[in-house]
Design a protein around this ligand. Structure first.
Ligand SMILES: C[S@@+](CC[C@H](N)C(=O)[O-])C[C@H]1O[C@@H](n2cnc3c(N)ncnc32)[C@H](O)[C@@H]1O
Length: 207
């Protein structure tokens, strides 16, 4: 058995909220890229462990990862979702309404990095699932908008394993490689790359 099959087999022993199952079905029907469920579960646990009250996501799609962050975390006060596409945020709003969490939801249409930069507050948890070529800009802005003790999570840190291959040098791969190197060298963060899904970097801001 492959490692991933074993991890999924264990994951499947756990309950999943019906709205998350519905969202997975919706994503599949549109072939819409969403967080791998193993990664989403980890993000969800971290949100609860951190007792995150104020959360921001760059690149929310129709809200699947945001729902995982919200649905098991009763400490949550506000979760800010961003996307370029109005239809995605509209679907996210509908799913949050179904889950009874619409009072915690704030949606912003446009570039999530600029929106985060313009926010007059700091966050307990920031999730980054932006376009991969934007990751270095994300890091600059997140450093200013995350509380000390706050958590920064970035998806696609392995970028389909391309970061491992020296002959893969497209713009996305080069940026993710540089992003990974930068965040691990940054003394403001303590980081760990967890090789589940497409690789997820979990960082805590320590200064
Ligand atoms: C991989 S999908 C997001 C999936 C979502 N995080 C989830 O797991 O459910 C990426 C989404 O981010 C949006 N996006 C990418 N870069 C963005 C940015 N800088 N600002 C706002 N939205 C962005 C895209 O429009 C797309 O809907």
């Amino acid at each position: 058995m492959q490692l991933n099959d074993y991890l999924n087999q264990l994951e499947n022993l756990q309950n999943v909220h019906p709205v998350l199952i519905e969202m997975e079905r919706y994503g599949k029907s549109l072939n819409f890229p969403i967080l791998n469920r193993l990664s989403a579960r980890l993000v969800s646990i971290i949100s609860l462990m951190n007792k995150a009250e104020y959360v921001f996501e760059i690149g929310s799609g129709f809200g699947y990862s945001a729902m995982w962050i919200s649905i098991y975390n009763d400490y949550l006060k506000e979760i800010h979702l961003t996307d370029y596409m109005f239809q995605n945020l509209e679907m996210a709003t509908e799913f949050f309404r179904i889950a009874g969490l619409e009072n915690k939801l704030r949606t912003h249409l446009g570039d999530g990095i600029s929106i985060l930069e313009s926010m007059n507050m700091e966050f307990d948890l920031i999730l980054n699932d932006a376009e991969k070529t934007q990751y270095l800009r994300v890091l600059e802005v997140v450093k200013k908008k995350l509380k000390v003790g706050g958590i920064f999570i970035s998806d696609n840190a392995l970028w389909h394993q391309k970061v491992l291959k020296e002959d893969e040098n497209d713009k996305e791969t080069l940026t993710i490689r540089e992003f990974n190197r930068k965040i691990f060298s940054d003394k403001s963060f303590i980081s760990s790359l967890v090789p589940i899904g497409d690789g997820i970097i979990v960082s805590i801001k320590v200064m």
